[in-house]
Write a protein that binds this ligand. Structure first.
Ligand code: PAF
Length: 293
């Protein structure tokens, strides 16, 4: 049975708790989330707790990162379950602000944009998404004042956006990416998986199968990114009912599409597809020749 965990809703309570933890000599770890926590979030908290004496998890379904026709209203909210996950994984405090606490004037006059790495992929599909993410994450960084912040590689473009923002704005926090947690059949854990009906849940395995197929080609020395991209598309197109938004091979740093793999820079396969009940994204690093797929 996990210990109970303290939940605070105001910025002033949060700051007082963090100040006290710091005064006791503890390092502050921070895991920003939108709740509906799953094992992937649990892993972020565990990694944070292994490295920091005081781990704060924020739970805030941030309206500014949802487009007008997206799922803000129906985004799952599971506060009791979330508290249990956080306590079990070793967090010390949950910061669960209201929308009014985070956006007291209703709207902001200041936004953070990271166009270089936001422009493509999710940025094309969801034009205001990364502005909303970068702005709320910077606000949370200012509020929590953590030493280290932990993000899942599942949202790889988001991780790149946050890393770039922190570098560009000299934000004093170390950003740590944590590998994606997957179901036994390969499906990446996501709060949105719960939207899938049983048939779609089966079909969704195509994403990780496509990434594996791409990884196998790279591991045996295929350098032609177009050829690996074809492999991604072939696997996804064989899954009934999947509409591909994108399936690409990109430079792991710039997220620009690659023509050829280059042993000097990392490459990543990235995918977004639509199923009738949910839009899913996934990604994986491509191994260098000879590395395991
Ligand atoms: O990844 C998420 O859950 C959100 O985008 C984040 C980072 C908590 C910002 O709202």
């Amino acid at each position: 049975m996990a210990n109970s965990i303290r939940v605070v809703e105001t910025i002033s309570e949060l700051r007082a708790a963090v100040k006290q933890a710091r005064a006791s000599g503890l390092e502050i770890g921070f895991v920003p989330t939108m709740g509906a926590l799953h094992e992937g979030h649990g892993r972020l908290v565990e990694v944070a707790a292994a490295e920091c004496g005081f781990v704060v998890v924020s739970i805030f379904v941030n309206p500014t990162q949802f487009g007008p026709n997206e799922d803000f209203a129906r985004y799952p909210r599971t506060p009791e379950h979330d508290q249990a996950v956080c306590a079990q994984a070793g967090a010390k405090l949950i910061f669960q602000p209201s929308v009014a606490e985070m956006y007291p004037a209703g709207q902001l006059s200041t936004f953070v944009e990271v166009p270089s790495v936001s422009r493509r992929w999710e940025g094309e599909q969801r034009p205001t998404h990364f502005r909303g993410v970068a702005t709320v994450v910077l606000k949370l960084f200012q509020i929590v004042g953590a030493d280290r912040a932990y993000f899942g590689e599942k949202d790889y473009q988001q991780l790149r956006v946050i890393r770039q923002m922190v570098v560009d704005l000299n934000t004093p926090v170390q950003v740590i990416g944590v590998p994606t947690v997957r179901e036994a059949d390969g499906l990446a854990l996501s709060s949105r998986n719960r939207y899938l009906n049983p048939e779609e849940r089966q079909t969704a395995v195509a994403l990780s199968a496509a990434l594996k197929a791409a990884g196998r080609l790279a591991a045996v020395g295929e350098q032609d990114a177009g050829r690996i991209r074809q492999e991604l598309h072939k696997t996804l197109e064989s899954a009934v009912g999947v509409v591909i938004d994108y399936a690409e091979i990109v430079d792991a740093e710039t997220l620009e599409p690659l023509d050829r793999l280059n042993p000097d820079c990392g490459a990543r396969a990235i995918i977004a597809v639509r199923l009738p009940s949910a839009r899913l994204i996934d990604n994986a690093p491509l191994p260098r020749p000879g590395e395991p797929a």
